[in-house]
Design a protein around this ligand. Sequence first.
Ligand code: 3EB
Length: 332
Amino acid sequence: MPTDNAQSQNSSIGCKFSLDPVEQILADNRVFVVIAYGNGPYVNPPIPRCVESGLVCLNQPDIKEVWYSDRPVEYGIEGDYYWARTESIILAVLQISEVSDIEFSQQIELQYKNLLEFLKSQGYPRLARVWNTMTDINQGAGDLERYKQFCKGRYQGFERAGYETQHFPAASALGSRNGKVVINAIACRTGCTHFENPQQLSAYCYPREYGPQSPSFARATFLETTDSGIVFLSGTASIIGHETQNHGDIEGQMSVMLDNLGKLTESITGALKLERQLKPDLLKVYLRNSDDLELVQQRIRGHFGSQLPVAYLHADICRADLLVEAEGICHL
Ligand code: 3EB
């Protein structure tokens, strides 16, 4: 809805799945970016505004994730970043190959610090949503596990950039198999609102047993826009308090994960005083074992109905004892 003070409001951002060819999707100048699953020939040669997620989609191999606005986006490449932006929102993609002679946590620290400085210099200092994928996420013992090293580097990158805990964004961290570290971020000029799950300990308060530095993310983030807003639900799994529930039991993990999504959306509904219970309009479900697809699909359909668009992606999950995790987008 146009208003006279449109300049002071955020343009919109939304997400949908599409089976159309990449070129056709990108013919629309309001598309920030297309994220292609699988190992398509998408980036060689590079197509501006198209990136590979590094994850394989189990239910619809050719599906693409499309991020769009209600107005034309500008886009470009600067250093290691692909970026696309409107006047109020930026989406940045960073794809890097690791180097062997620098500790993983130090590489992540530098990447996070640089990313935050890049976003700030562009005029978009506040993160709304971050997706992280890396290879061999569960490799390494104890504190040396790569996910724990990632958490250490991410935290130190936030700290060095002067970014405060209260502004930690919604996030996901998954294990991919394309040999790269990919960090995709959505950031805004004026700020967004972050939420926690009443039955989970905030991840940034996890105790020492989970690694030298607790994970830096919020359970959900609300970004207000001209067409009212979007809620990003972080990767949500079978964790109560800080403890994994139902080790090795996919059915049990599904129950706790669905309950966590319900508790989270219920508390956001209350906090934002929404008239209707917040529900995801799109889900991405990550499965450690592709054999669990049928069971997980049945539980998701049973819970949310068969109309909800869902991509089931094959990925390692950051805690080695988690079998499944889901993240959502809610358009208000
Ligand atoms: C958890 O709740 C499960 O490190 O960015 C979910 C979402 C998880 C994001 C992250 C980790 C992250 O702790 C794992």
